[in-house]
Write a protein that binds this ligand. Structure first.
Ligand code: AMP
Length: 277
């Protein structure tokens, strides 16, 4: 596995490695502190491409002032090992100063879809996400890029960006990986005390309850959200929302076109989860 930190060196190296334009390049962008969720993206990408590039970049522009940028978990050596074992060909591990200049051209998230749900709790967050993903996609120029459904709104906005900017990359959504007890894997789970981890299970429990209600033909979103909020109590809820795949609020769950999302705070940690129905 080749580890590269310079963006231009990455471009050059990929040119020589990929030589033949028919060679399929897969790309998995991450912020590090890799876990089984990231590994499932890496495995899927490994299986579908001849060249596999993973990036680890704790992107400062997607963190708002006062958020956890400085304490975000870092496990650089373990991450490198995981990538090596996962058959990664190139690990791109840039420094922020190499990714951003002083007076930056920036990309703005759409005014509606970028400012609902997580965009309400973190206004401007998706500007940073889209800007860095655009930069990374230009650098790697992959055929396919892999993103977790766990970050459903991020995935949706990236799909929208790729479509509206007429980009050729195929965005591949990957299912959420969970612990046996239901907790969705997240690098931020490292912040939870054992008691908080227990409380965090209310999040997946609320989603399972929603799934069960839908399977019993309770489709009214108001009713489902109400029951979910009862399950989530006393957690501080940022939102419980039921949207269609275009991220518009809906009144009735439509099977095959709905996502139920939760963001709640456990202690000081904000956790996201969702199910796709
Ligand atoms: P992050 O390092 O948190 O930016 O995540 C990198 C990628 O891994 C994103 O596309 C996430 O959606 C995805 N991801 C994070 N957690 C999970 C999970 N539990 N299951 C599947 N994908 C995940």
């Amino acid at each position: 596995m080749k580890i590269i930190s310079s963006p231009l060196e990455l471009k050059e190296y990929l040119k020589t490695l990929c030589g033949d334009p028919e060679k399929k390049v897969g790309f998995v962008p991450t912020m590090g502190a890799l876990h089984e969720g990231h590994i499932s993206l890496i495995k899927k990408a490994r299986g579908e491409n001849e060249v596999l590039v993973v990036s680890i970049f704790l992107n400062p522009t997607q963190f708002l002032a006062g958020e956890d940028l400085d304490k975000y978990p870092r496990r650089d050596e373990a991450d490198k090992k995981i990538c090596e074992l996962g058959g990664v060909d190139v690990l791109f591990f840039p420094h922020a100063k190499d990714m951003y200049g002083e007076d930056e051209v920036s990309l703005l998230a759409p005014k509606v879809r970028g400012y609902v749900l997580e965009g309400t709790s973190r206004p401007g967050h998706f500007n940073g996400v889209l800007t860095v993903i655009m930069k990374l996609l230009h650098l790697v120029n992959p055929h396919k890029a892999y993103f977790g459904k766990k970050d459903a709104q991020q995935l949706n906005l990236i799909q929208l960006m790729v479509k509206q900017m007429f980009m050729d990359v195929i965005v591949v959504p990957v299912d959420t990986v969970r612990e046996k007890d239901g907790l969705a894997l997240s690098s931020r789970n490292a912040y939870l005390s054992s008691q908080e981890r227990q409380e965090a299970l209310k999040i997946s429990a609320s989603l399972y309850l929603a799934g069960k209600m839908v399977s019993k033909n309770v489709l009214t979103t108001k009713e489902i959200v109400h029951a979910m909020r009862e399950t989530l109590a006393p957690l501080e809820i940022s939102y419980v929302a039921i949207v269609n795949r275009d991220f518009e609020y809906i009144e009735k769950v439509e099977i095959g076109n709905s996502i139920i999302l939760v963001e709640a705070k456990v202690g000081t940690t904000r956790l996201l989860d969702n199910i796709w129905l």
